[in-house]
Ligand binder design. Structure first.
Ligand code: IDP
Ligand code: MG
Length: 152
C-alpha cells in the first residue's frame, strides 16, 4: 500500500472549454479521491513558484501567461500511488504524443494547451500541495466504496 497525495490543476483551457467535469470524472473513475478543491485565478507570483523549475526555458513566459490567463480548478487528489496513476491518466506532456484514452490524448492537441497539470513525484506533490492549499482546506474522509477499489 502506498497512499499518496498529488496536486492536480485543470488549467485555464480546460476550464474555458467546459472540460472540468470530464477531467474530474476521469480521475474519480480511476479510483482516486478528491480531498481538496477550489477554483483559483492564479497570480503571477504563485505561477512563478509553481513553475520555478522551468525558468529560462523558451516556453517559460508563455507558460506563465497561459496559467494566469483565467481560473484553474486546483485539486488535491489522494489514492494508492496517486502520483504515477494520475500522470498516467493525464498522458504525455505533448497531447500529440499522448496515448488515446488519456486526458491529453483524447481532449488536447498542442503542448501549450494541454489541459491539466499533475505533480511528477511524491516529493513534488507535497511541495505543490503546500503552494496551492492550506492544510485546513484538505479534508480527510473515508469513502465506503474504498474496499472495492483497493484490496487491503
Ligand atoms: P508536465 O506538465 O507534463 O509535467 P513539464 O515538462 O513539467 O510537463 O512542463 C510544464 C508545462 O509547460 C507543460 O504541461 C506545458 O503546458 C508546458 N510546456 C512544456 N514543454 C513545452 C513546450 O515545448 N512548448 C510549450 N509549452 C511547453
Ligand atoms: Mg511537470
Amino acid at each position: 500500500m502506498s497512499l499518496e497525495q498529488t496536486l492536480i490543476l485543470v488549467k485555464p483551457d480546460g476550464v474555458q472549454r467546459g472540460l472540468t467535469g470530464e477531467i474530474v470524472t476521469r480521475l474519480e473513475k480511476r479510483g482516486l479521491k478528491i480531498v481538496g478543491a477550489k477554483l483559483i485565478r492564479p497570480t503571477r507570483s504563485i505561477a512563478e513558484i509553481h513553475y520555478a523549475e522551468h525558468v529560462g526555458k523558451p516556453f517559460y513566459e508563455s507558460l506563465i501567461g497561459f496559467i494566469t490567463s483565467g481560473p484553474v480548478l486546483a485539486m488535491v487528489i489522494e489514492g494508492e500511488r496517486a502520483v504515477s496513476i494520475s500522470r498516467q491518466t493525464i498522458g504525455s506532456t505533448d497531447p500529440a504524443e499522448a496515448a488515446p484514452g488519456t486526458i491529453r490524448g483524447d481532449l488536447g492537441l498542442t503542448v501549450g494547451r494541454n489541459l491539466v497539470h499533475g505533480s511528477d513525484s511524491t516529493e513534488r506533490g507535497k511541495e505543490e500541495i503546500a503552494i496551492w492549499f492550506d492544510q485546513l482546506e484538505i479534508i480527510e474522509f473515508e469513502q465506503t466504496m474504498e474496499p472495492w477499489i483497493i484490496e487491503s
